[in-house]
Design a protein around this ligand. Sequence first.
Ligand code: PMP
Ligand code: GLU
Length: 396
Amino acid sequence: MRGTFTFDMSLIASKFESIAPSQTLAITAAAKQMRDEGQDITSFGAGEPDFDTPQYIKDACIEALQEGKTKYTPATGIPELKEAIKEKLYLENGLEYDNNQISINCGAKHSCFNAILACCDPEDEVVIPAPYWTSYPEMVRLAGAEPYFVQTKKENNWKLTADELEESMSGRTRMLILNSPNNPTGSVYTEKELKAIVEVCASEDIIILSDEIYEKLIYNGRKHFSTAAISDAAKEITITINGFSKVYSMTGWRLGYTAAPLEIAEAIAKIQSHTTSNPTTFAQYGALAALQGDQSIVTDMVEEYDMRRQYMLSRLGTINNIDVVEPEGAFYFLVDTSKMGLSSMNLTEKLLSRYKVAAVPGIAFGYDQSVRFSYATSLDVIKTGLDRFEEFCRAH
Ligand code: PMP
Ligand code: GLU
């Protein structure tokens, strides 16, 4: 009986017709499965640090478990962690928030979704500079709103300009999503560039979702600027998003946070109180230790990423048929493959099946003439993977 049953797709909400699963996660799962089947795969897939979570963070979580920190906490997180985030934002980002403006969420992905849900009504437009992190448009669609893409230019290091932003405004524009350092391009906005963008948004009453998850993964002596710290006007319209996944290598812990104007923070708190409740209790104690502990582990990880970045830059620069812009933050290279004339899906499928290299197709980031390589993986993997990629490029 079961074999002949056809599911009635009208039972699924119609918005899912336009929603794709995450390609970054899909390619990583495909690579893992092929590896489990015994194939020799090198993966430049998901942006997931290859380091283990530092021991002092694990210890704090284990201690919390042993002490019975296993019950619900306030929906938006434990006060101690909010206090530590508040202090971090003040000391490192020049931002002053009260605890009730901060909410701790189940990963920065969840923080982004909460923020979009809190601010966007159906029919609202959300400006997303492309190339973009793959989940933003789908989150906007899930909220019933519409993404409005602005294709940024390679010659501007893939950064949105204030003029481009101004041109993208319509009467329906509600939000701009900014991500610096950027996934997938590695671009970092300067203070001046942010100022110009804030001016446009402030004059049009546009909320800025500033995703700063890669804040500390920054190279070439570049400095990270928090959008909300640009001016008082910026702070009134900006939701700052950050988290623990990348910088402390805590992807599986699922902890991120938002800091926002009080009214937005209250809306986020309502959403969270009815959906996930608090993020996992004992994990929050690990995050507290992460913020309070010795930060030299972060510097060490950043040094290692930078070494890999420079190696990749030197290798990719010598490969024919491709172009790269030097990334100055995060841990990705967006390789421009337009000279090959292949769709990014076709390219990444061939690369995986014939050359055993997993990378994410640019179409997942709104730029089909590209492929993304994550260097959150060991130098050995990078070397082998680039040898194979070079061979692939020679053949195409
Ligand atoms: N923002 C960006 C730009 C990302 O690349 C990611 C991917 N991890 C996230 C947010 C979500 O991070 P988390 O693992 O904390 O949910
Ligand atoms: N953000 C990472 C990436 O872009 C992890 C996967 C995901 O959450 O999308 O690869």
